[in-house]
Design a protein around this ligand. Sequence first.
Ligand code: ITT
Length: 195
Amino acid sequence: RLVYILSKNPGKIKEINTILSPYSISIRSLYQDYSPMEVVENGSSYAENALLKARCGFEISRNLCIGEDSGLEIDALDGAPGLFSARFGGETLNPKEKNKQILELLKEVPQEKRSACFVCIVALVGENSEKIFEGRCPGFISPESRGSSGFGYDPIFILPSYQKTFAELGENIKNRFSHRAIAFRQLAEYLLSEM
Ligand code: ITT
C-alpha cells in the first residue's frame, strides 16, 4: 500500500525506509509526485508539527501520509534545541556548524551532566483517521564530534550501551536503537494490523 511522507530531509526518509524494510513497507516522498508546498512548522509540540505535515500531505494527495517531527533534547541546555532542532542557530548554519556550536555551549559541562534524548514523533493521517507514535532514545553529548555516518546531530550523540556516537556506530546499530526506529516499528505494527 502506498504511504507518503511529507519531509524535505533525505537522511530521515532513507533511515525510515531501512527501518520499515523488514515489514515490507516502503514510504515515498510526497515531493516526488506533487509540487513542493511550504508547511510552516509553528506547532507548540512535536506532535502538532508532525500532524501539520501529515495533514498537509493527506490534503494534497488524498492518500495515507506520514509527518515526522524529531529533535535532540539536551538537559544542560534546558531541553534545547528540542523542538527547534532543525532551526538551531538560524537557517544558515550547516549540521557541522550546529554541532560545533552545541559542543561550544557545553564545553564546561562534565560528561555526567551531558545527558540528552533524541525524540521522534510520527503522525499518520488518512481518511477519517489520525494516529501518533512516539520514540525516545536517551544518551549523552560527546566531548567532540566523531564519525561520519548518518545526519544532523549523529556525530555528537553517544549511545550509552556502545559508548560511541551514532555517526561512529553506523546505520545498522543506529536503526536498532534510535528514537526513529522505536516510533516507526510501532507504526509498522499498526499498519500491518490494519491491512
Ligand atoms: P522535515 O521537517 O522536512 O521532515 P527536518 O530536517 O526539518 O525535515 P525536523 O523539523 O523534524 O526535520 O527537524 C529535526 C531535526 O533534528 C533534524 O533536522 C536534525 O537536525 C535533528 N535530528 C532528528 N533526528 C535526528 C537523528 O536521528 N540524527 C541526527 N539528527 C537528528
